[in-house]
Ligand binder design. Structure first.
Ligand SMILES: [Ca+2]
Ligand SMILES: [Ca+2]
Ligand SMILES: [Ca+2]
Ligand SMILES: [Ca+2]
Length: 372
């Protein structure tokens, strides 16, 4: 969304930012990995007992930044991050970031050359330029072309789907394999990645005083992965990696809401909101194969301008399949004009928050057009 705001809203934005900062300060220490002892071999499997032994993992549910419950059947991926040495590097080579992604919905690695294996998105900085939409494209290849698994890796700097070069040119290594994890009783797709670290000078031990000249920077960064499934459908999971001084990788341990898809004014694609709409505005929460929107708790649902802390509660709801996909959706109604501060004269994006009957928080956004 565009973040052009009028000056009278700046105070509100500041307040939102303060809340965001405060919630980030709550990051738990339970998701820490210290610098790995011993090298990682990028080959798509746990090639030795000591490999990854100094790290911990988190599992994630499809299509969200939600941290899953360990061993939940809903979780589709397990991710481990660690900073360590590449077994194939010369001694005293700089440490790199290693990422291991297990993906439950793929149980074989028989990808044809060029076939889609997965897209992994994370921001990188190359030559001082930040590429926020960077995508690492993993594709089928002849066995052994890269690492020891049948995968080729390309980089797509701007995320337009067109590869811009071979990922090895950026120091990235990738390998595929099948291995066991917390996700399933059977071996599933395991992807191992090595990403060169970009560390500022004086970041702290054990990093060199002069820093490291890689592509992956420190801080909290969202990783999004989409992998091929056995059924040929793509499925997604997301996670957050933070690199801290002392060679620690960390994930955000707070519960991040499950992302839900909204349809403001179902049937109206322009989402035009006129003065007569605001008193009883319908907003559909769309169900997906992994999320039953009808299990939303009505009393928890609130709506408002995404930039505002002011929200109005839902007044009622009905169950209806608004997009004809066979899955019943929840349509909640909001009296937006009963609290004008939830809707600004220049509102462009509405945000809905709430929770499911299971207690899991949900959040969704959609663009709207105010018609005055
Ligand atoms: Ca390995
Ligand atoms: Ca491109
Ligand atoms: Ca609509
Ligand atoms: Ca539906």
């Amino acid at each position: 969304m565009s973040f052009i705001v009028k000056s009278r809203l700046v105070g509100r934005i500041g307040a939102v930012a303060a809340v965001w900062m405060a919630s980030f300060a709550l990051v738990s220490a339970s998701g820490n990995n210290s610098l790995l002892n011993g090298p990682v071999c990028v080959d798509g499997v746990n090639s030795s007992k000591s490999e990854w032994s100094g790290s911990t993992s988190a599992t994630f549910i499809s299509g969200s930044l939600y941290r899953g419950i360990p061993n939940s059947l809903d979780d589709n991926s397990e991710t481990t991050w660690a900073i360590g040495q590449d077994e194939d590097d010369p001694k005293n080579a700089p440490p790199a970031l290693f990422v291991r992604i297990f993906f439950r919905l793929r149980t074989n690695i028989n990808f044809a050359p060029g076939a889609f294996v997965g897209d992994v998105r994370f921001p990188v900085t190359i030559g001082g330029v930040l590429y926020p939409n960077f995508v690492l494209q993993l594709r089928g290849a002849a066995v052994g072309q890269m690492g020891e698994g049948p995968v080729a890796a390309y980089y797509d700097l701007n995320g337009d789907g067109l590869p811009d070069g071979d990922a090895t040119a950026l120091g990235i290594k990738a390998a595929l394999g099948l291995d066991v994890s917390e996700l399933a009783l059977y071996p599933v797709l395991e992807t191992e990645l090595k990403i060169p670290l970009l560390i500022p000078a004086h970041f702290g031990s054990p990093f060199p005083q002069k820093g490291l000249n890689g592509i992956y920077g420190v801080g909290s960064q969202v990783w999004s992965s989409v992998f091929a499934t056995d059924l040929g459908m793509n499925d997604q999971s997301e996670s957050i990696i933070t690199i801290l001084p002392g060679g620690v990788t960390q994930w955000d341990d707070k519960i991040v809401p499950i992302r839900v898809f909204l349809d403001v004014k179902p049937g109206n694609n322009d989402n035009n909101i006129g003065s007569t709409d605001t008193g009883n505005l319908p907003v559909a929460i769309l169900s997906t194969p992994t999320l039953d929107a009808t299990r939303s708790v009505l009393s928890s649902l609130t709506l408002g301008d995404v930039r505002s802390l002011q929200r109005v509660p839902a007044t009622k709801s009905i169950t209806k399949d608004v997009n004809g996909d066979g899955l019943p959706d929840l349509v909640a109604f909001f009296n937006l004009d009963s609290d004008s501060s939830a809707l600004a004269p220049d509102t462009q994006v509405l945000e809905l928050n709430g929770k499911l009957q299971s207690g899991d928080p949900i959040s969704g956004k959609q663009s709207v057009t105010l018609v005055h």
